[in-house]
Design a protein around this ligand. Sequence first.
Ligand code: SAM
Length: 231
Amino acid sequence: MKQALCDGLNRLGIELNETLVDRLIRFGEAVLEKNRVMNLTAITDPAQAAELHLLDSLTLRRVIPLAGKTLLDVGTGAGFPGVPLKIAEPSIRLTLLDSLQKRMNWLETEALPVLGVEADFLTGRAEDFAAAHREQFDVVTSRAVARLNLLSELCLPYVRVGGYFLAMKGAQAEEELHEATNAIQRLGGAWERTEVFEIAGALHSVIVIRKLSHTPQQYPRQWSRIKQKPL
Ligand code: SAM
């Protein structure tokens, strides 16, 4: 895992000291270890986990400056991309959000305390927490949670005006962006650019959306409504 991570960091031009690299590896190993008894990831090979989980998460550091930012990771699952970002950039104020209690309990009570990684935890559905945490975050990230037209309604309400929503997508990024054009604009956002990275031989995209104006109060709607009638 270490070799794959260090090679990838060099390729991406990300410099990290030995302590942070070791902490990333320990987190990656903890995920694979827990994965034996709890469904966390389909990836079981350590080198692949280094690339597809750790490095893929860290590409966001190349997209916008994250030092000192408040960052919310929506649908974090086993902690991606939020936890590797916080390890690599400890000044981030990280909040993890997911509806799956078991995964969040593991992160909050086992995985992160052992590594000395601090975070706040919101366990529940993204659309339900938005009222209490509206427009509170500089940056909102999300990977592998929903198509962009639906995901934008879950994420953009949390972003402060002037902040960013970073959506991590695969090969269909262009198509999803096209489909989400109206939703992004309706929710107060604007597409700024898409950055593409090669990870484990495949192209991964980060869609960069800037929040330009307040999200209207009626959003987000309930999930059933979001799905039935995407913006
Ligand atoms: N982001 C992680 C990653 O890339 O490895 C996890 C991806 S996993 C496929 C999707 C996660 O999103 C699940 O843990 C699920 O519980 C969470 N999720 C889906 N919809 C959600 C919602 N509306 N609110 C909160 N969590 C949600």
